[in-house]
Design a protein around this ligand. Structure first.
Ligand code: N01
Length: 538
């Protein structure tokens, strides 16, 4: 008999997904190791410490459901929690379930090679640590591989240079400073109002305007909190039964079948509630351009009413994509911020950024002298973290080659040719279009059951078949083709924000509840679409 792998399962990542995976697999008696590149737990909430960093899902459902004691004991201070509180929560989870003892921190995985004779994976980290494992579970987040734009001279900027996703741990003081922010995505929209409150002057370099919705963040209402705690079982069940893993009532009417007055009233009611609930107003906002245009009209009117300078208001109105099909940011006075005398909006679509030299950011038609530059240009999303590792499957095939034309996966969980590799919220799963903690729990539970199936049946390898994978890719592509998402061809959902990255919509849009049912059916049918390989004694 050949050598046995050192671990039953290695989990990469210590964010929401990784922590739950390490806990769950440990509870079922597996020998589990966690590897995390940071020096502590938190995942995206460890790295994204920029001012205003906050969750755009409400905390009572953007939280773990797996332990009732945890959800009863933990109290959220705000409707949408800020980064420090979410990080405290994840640290509390690590303490409460004693998870750090299973982790190696400061361990960035450099290589993961499937070894056929071992029937498992050989791993190496950048600090030279090596180990082997029967199964490998990646829980590295969909938005964790930082995107630095290719702007000549940027990295040599002579002032203070920040990226929102690699923010310093100590607070940054912008008082008396001339600050520039590149980007107007969700990170920038959260940071801009906070930086504007401090900076002597803030210049926002915008390439593409975004549709921004109000969060109406506020302290947690104690009565609501008590209601939530008394009704958690039902709230979580509603999440599992919904398209976005959120406890919202699904819409029932088309935006086109109601009167103008009724439509306006509905949008206003959802606007006043705040957040992504806005998209629960009507059934066809993601499928019918005319319906979507009515929502755009509503938000456009808000921008024109709010922003006093007409030229700035026009620049803040998106003109290249329907509302919702790029991830809409939630704001805290974002539009109002452009009424401040110390804030300037610069359009770098018409006059692109050419270079950074010394303290100066130069566009095609002007130069801006800055003390601080905040880069809010997002991530190499969905596949970036996985492809940053030298992953090789059967026959030494590189994952980067396998995905040369875009990600391919069966259910976003398994990849043909890469046995015993499971990807938590992987490409072509509902991932970022579902409430993340619910999505990761569903994936980890499914993987845990699969690992149990392997152990009890003497199964050595589980591997998606090429046929099942191809069918799932086709189904995922077809699902998105019926929506308005392809109308935003610059979105990171397609990988379009990274020069040279192959285009494929990386998220399954068929809805979380239907997807979950599908995963359960696959398991019930003996892991249909996966090839189960017998072990040396099987
Ligand atoms: O990144 P983004 P993000 N010159 O890619 C611009 C999640 N998130 O970090 O649109 C000039 O959305 C780029 O312009 P354009 C959330 O899912 C969650 O803001 O490519 N500009 C865009 O404006 C979100 O969607 C929370 O034309 C350049 C911006 O940079 C995702 O993370 C909070 C440029 C990048 O926007 C990513 O958000 C924050 C260049 N060379 C984020 N290159 C929560 O609430 C890029 N841009 C949990």
């Amino acid at each position: 008999m050949g050598a046995e792998p050192q671990y039953d399962v290695v989990v990469i990542g210590a964010g929401f997904g990784g922590l739950y995976a390490v806990h769950r697999f440990g509870e079922q008696g597996l020998d589990v190791l966690g590897l995390e590149q940071a020096d502590d737990v938190g995942g995206v909430w460890y790295w994204n410490r920029y001012p205003g960093a906050r969750c755009d899902c409400e905390s009572y459902y953007y939280s773990y459901a797996f332990d009732d004691g945890l959800q009863q004991d933990w109290n959220w201070s705000l409707r949408y929690s800020e980064q420090p509180e979410i990080l405290s929560y994840l640290k509390h989870v690590a303490d409460r379930f004693d998870l750090r003892r299973r982790y190696r921190f400061g361990a960035r995985v450099a290589a993961a090679h499937f070894d056929e004779s071992l029937g498992g994976w050989r791993l190496r980290t950048t600090d030279g640590f090596e180990t082997t494992t029967r199964s490998l579970v990646t829980a590295m987040g969909c938005l964790s591989q930082v995107n630095w734009p290719d702007i000549p001279g940027l990295r040599d900027f002579q002032g203070r240079l920040f990226h929102t996703a690699q923010w310093p741990h100590d607070p940054v003081d912008f008082r008396g400073r001339r600050v520039g922010v590149i980007g107007t995505g969700a990170s920038a929209v959260q940071a801009i109002p906070r930086i504007a409150e401090q900076a002597e002057h803030l210049t926002v370099f915008q390439r593409t305007a975004n549709w921004v919705l109000p969060a109406w963040n506020r302290p947690t209402d104690p009565d609501f909190d008590a209601w939530v705690k008394a009704n958690y079982a039902e709230i979580r069940a509603r999440c599992l039964a919904s398209g976005g893993a959120v406890p919202f009532d699904p819409p029932e009417q088309s935006a086109l079948e109601v009167s103008d007055a009724a439509r306006e009233a509905a949008y206003q009611a959802f606007w006043d509630q705040g957040g992504m609930r806005f998209f629960s107003a009507f059934t066809d906002l993601f499928s019918d351009e005319r319906a979507n245009r009515t929502a755009q009209d509503f938000v456009r009117a808000h921008i024109l009413r709010t922003v006093r300078d007409p030229a700035t208001a026009q620049r803040l109105i998106p003109n290249d994509h329907p509302i919702g099909v790029k991830r809409p940011p939630l704001d805290d006075d974002y539009y109002e911020t452009f009424n401040r005398p110390n804030v300037t909006l610069v359009d770098v679509r018409s006059a692109p950024i050419r270079e950074v030299a010394g303290h100066v950011l130069r566009t095609a038609d002007a130069a801006y002298d800055l003390d601080d530059l905040v880069v809010a240009t997002g991530f190499d999303a969905i596949t970036g973290a996985l492809l940053a590792i030298d992953v090789r499957g059967r026959g030494g095939v590189r994952l980067a080659d396998r995905w040369a034309e875009g990600p391919k996966s069966y259910l976003g969980l398994g990849i043909a040719g890469f046995p015993n590799l499971f990807t938590v919220t992987g490409p072509l799963s509902p991932s970022v279009l579902a409430n993340m903690p619910t999505a990761v729990e569903q994936h980890v539970d499914w993987i845990a059951d699969c690992l149990e199936h392997m152990r009890t049946r003497g199964v050595a390898t589980v591997e998606a078949t090429e046929t099942a994978e191809a069918a799932w890719v086709a189904e995922s592509d077809a699902a998105v083709a019926h929506t308005l998402y392809p109308k935003a061809d610059g979105s990171w959902y397609f990988g379009a924000n990274i020069p040279g990255k192959p285009r494929r919509f990386g998220v399954y849009v068929g809805g979380f509840a239907a997807y979950r049912e599908r995963c359960l059916e696959v398991a019930q049918r003996g892991y249909e679409g996966f090839r189960l390989g017998a072990g040396p004694n099987g």
